[in-house]
Design a protein around this ligand. Structure first.
Ligand code: PLP
Length: 388
């Protein structure tokens, strides 16, 4: 039995992250954990597992567990499970609603989630209701009528950056016996902790800022209470349906997490500075960013989020689709690509992706702020907006 590899209790999240959750490899003393490539684990002559708990990698391995413990600590939750993508994590949570049940989802959220929920619910006799969760009174009325089994929020929402009141909605859920799951991908656990605000589950696309380097797909779900039937279902779902993250991806994710707090700090700063610059620009109609006083839920965002407002924003370019595309086309530092949360800043014309009937304004550009020098990002928009 090796000595304890380190004591991380009581450490600030920044320190936990810098040490990738703490501890060294007990066999070699290495400060970086090895990639756990084995898919299967041996038994002794009496057919007892040599290392109880490890049987087969679809169930678990030491590297998943180390990463899951770190994320659970960041979320102030009891347990986490990694998935092979953000959508695999969304699907596992959604499947916890049984046929005949009801799912109430926030409207105007990540298109992939909406699309999955619509198809999944239609095929499985689950009633899906979509409602604007940023209007608390209307959402309350919707809950009273629909009496959902599960409420799904996305805070801040992508790409409208709406802020739902997690604490108030969690109270409504508790009163009506619904479970509350929050996708907090656009915030990161460093600036938004849905479980501390009363949510039952929090989910992240680890593809985004958690990993932060645009080089893996991953997802994670964390629970406030590991003894619930819902959590048992989600764990079984990962194990039996097999949407596990690969070991190399898990290792990359753990490496990315080491710098999460530094990246989030810089990305928040860049986002705030660019939002203020764009809001004052004569060729911009509106900036959707919860850090701005002009944002409809700015006060709520200030109360719910700590240390920043995230790195995602949307801007409405004066004019129409052609003007927005012209600005996107003229940007040099921002890369024209989907996704968010990477070290490089990205710009996306969401209407091109989601199309007619999606409700996305044709002049909307969604921006993900990276860790570049802020002056370069502002100068890039300055020259691109001069093109229209
Ligand atoms: N949730 C949000 C808010 C997202 O933006 C995304 C992807 O863009 C997802 C979930 C899905 O994650 P993934 O692409 O890792 O499957």
């Amino acid at each position: 039995m090796s000595k304890s590899t380190s004591n991380t209790t009581g450490l600030h999240a920044d320190s936990l992250l810098a040490h990738a959750g703490g501890g060294f490899d007990p066999t070699t003393g290495a400060v970086v954990p090895p990639i756990q490539t084995a898919t299967t684990f041996v038994r002794d002559e009496d057919y007892e597992l040599v290392n109880p708990g490890y049987i087969y990698s679809r169930d678990s391995n030491a590297l998943y567990q180390k990463t899951e413990r770190l994320i659970a600590a960041l979320e102030e939750g009891e347990d986490s499970r990694l998935f092979s993508s953000g959508m695999a994590a969304v699907a596992a949570v959604a499947r916890s609603v049984r046929p005949g049940g009801t799912l109430l989802a926030q409207s105007g959220i990540y298109w992939g989630t909406t699309l999955f929920l619509r198809k999944h619910c239609a095929r499985n006799n689950i009633a899906l209701v979509e409602a604007d969760a940023s209007d608390l009174d209307a959402f309350h009325d919707e809950m009273s009528v629909t009496r959902p089994d599960l409420v799904w929020l996305e805070v801040p929402s992508n790409p409208f950056l709406k802020i739902a009141d997690i604490q108030k909605i969690s109270e409504l859920c508790r009163q009506s016996g619904a479970r509350l799951a929050v996708d907090a991908t656009a915030a990161t656990p460093l600036i938004l902790k849905p479980l501390a605000l009363g949510a039952d589950l929090v989910m992240h696309s680890a593809t985004k800022a958690l990993n932060g380097h645009s080089d893996l797909l991953g997802g994670v779900v964390t629970t406030a209470d590991a003894s619930t039937d819902t959590w048992t279902f989600i764990c079984e779902e990962r194990q039996n349906a097999g949407a596990v993250l690969g070991s190399f991806e898990t290792w990359l994710l753990l490496r990315g997490l080491r710098t999460l707090s530094l990246r989030v700090e810089r990305m928040n700063k860049n986002a705030m500075a660019l939002a203020e610059y764009l809001e004052a620009h004569s060729k911009i109609d509106a900036v959707l960013y919860p850090g701005l006083a002009s944002h409809a839920q700015h006060e709520l965002a200030k109360a719910q989020m700590t240390g920043g407002f995230g790195s995602l924003m949307s801007v409405l370019v004066k004019g129409g689709k052609a003007d927005a595309l012209k600005v996107a086309g003229a940007l040099d530092v921002f890369q024209r690509a989907t996704s968010l949360g990477g070290t490089e800043s990205l710009v996306e014309h969401r209407f091109t992706i989601e199309g007619e009937g999606s409700g996305i304004p044709e002049n909307l550009l969604r921006l993900s702020l990276g860790i570049e020098h802020c002056g370069d990002l502002i100068a890039d928009f300055d020259q691109a907006l001069a093109a229209i």
